[in-house]
Design a protein around this ligand. Structure first.
Ligand SMILES: Nc1ncnc2c1ncn2[C@@H]1O[C@H](COP(=O)(O)OP(=O)(O)OP(=O)(O)O)[C@@H](O)[C@H]1O
Ligand SMILES: O=P(O)(O)OC[C@H]1O[C@H](OP(=O)(O)OP(=O)(O)O)[C@H](O)[C@@H]1O
Length: 220
């Protein structure tokens, strides 16, 4: 028996939307996956050769990039932030829609020409630096893991780069969206080596997800 295929899925808000896609692909987690009291992190499925791991969103990309998991589901925000060359992101799953945006105090002018330096609080320092470089501005990034929206008010940074969906979090913290950096949706990600080495299983799974979402190639 070959080692099982490990499929990494994120714990957070994408999970609820990802489960129906997994089911449509014929992958049903074992009962302990739904047991809130369970402390297990690896779960069997109805497919003897597929196991699931449930990890934090950013860690999905890390497990798959290092080949510890062969496939995963993660937001394009995370794929872009790491830029792992070992990752192949062949299918846009059409779930987890939001955008990564620059926001600043409501009523303030967005940073622009003439500014050479800016301090930004974000969970996405690599993407943020890269985007500001493209604007000719050097961004000093302060890495936070959540609640970015309170940083400008407390003087930690003048701006934030964070995910926006309804915009409610920004409004309730007296901020406004100033620029959209990228449109975000969840991707099926695959370890490039595993795609070749597990050619009997991994490409077929990718194809199944492509069919489910009725889609051709997304950006790799
Ligand atoms: N407001 C939102 N609307 C839609 N999708 C979102 C939203 N916020 C985040 N996402 C998507 O869901 C993914 C996981 O976000 P979530 O908020 O569940 O994780 P988190 O709690 O920030 O992560 P962690 O568990 O690592 O702290 C993000 O990477 C993004 O792709
Ligand atoms: O535009 P909205 O619909 O208000 O959504 C945006 C919020 O959603 C995400 O946070 P999340 O709720 O995942 O909490 P987190 O800060 O723990 O990541 C994101 O970081 C924003 O704070």
């Amino acid at each position: 028996m070959p080692e099982p295929i490990i499929f990494a899925i994120p714990k957070g808000r994408i999970l609820d939307e990802a489960l129906p896609l997994l089911a449509a692909a014929g992958i049903e987690p074992a009962a302990d996956f739904f047991d809130k009291k369970s402390r297990a992190l690896v779960f069997g499925t109805n497919q003897p050769h597929i196991s699931l791991i449930r990890v934090r969103a950013f860690d999905v990309a890390t497990f798959v990039a290092h080949g510890a998991a062969q496939l995963g589901i993660v937001g394009s925000d995370v794929v872009d932030e790491f830029g792992y060359s070992e990752l192949y992101a062949p299918v846009d799953l059409g779930i987890g829609h939001c955008r990564l945006s620059l926001a600043g105090p409501a009523g303030s002018a967005p940073p622009g020409l003439g500014e050479s330096h800016i301090r930004v609080a974000t969970k996405y320092p690599a993407t943020t630096r890269r985007w500001f470089e493209g604007q000719g501005i050097q961004a000093e990034c302060i890495k936070l893991n959540g609640a970015m929206e309170i940083a400008p008010k407390l003087g930690l940074a003048s701006h934030i780069v964070d995910l926006v969906s309804t915009g409610r979090t920004l409004i309730e913290n007296a901020l406004e969206e100033q620029k959209i950096i990228s449109e975000v949706s969840a991707r099926l990600i695959v370890n490039r080596a595993a795609f070749k080495l597990r050619s009997a299983e991994v490409p077929a799974l990718v194809e199944r997800f492509r069919e489910i979402v009725g889609q051709g190639d997304a950006a790799a």
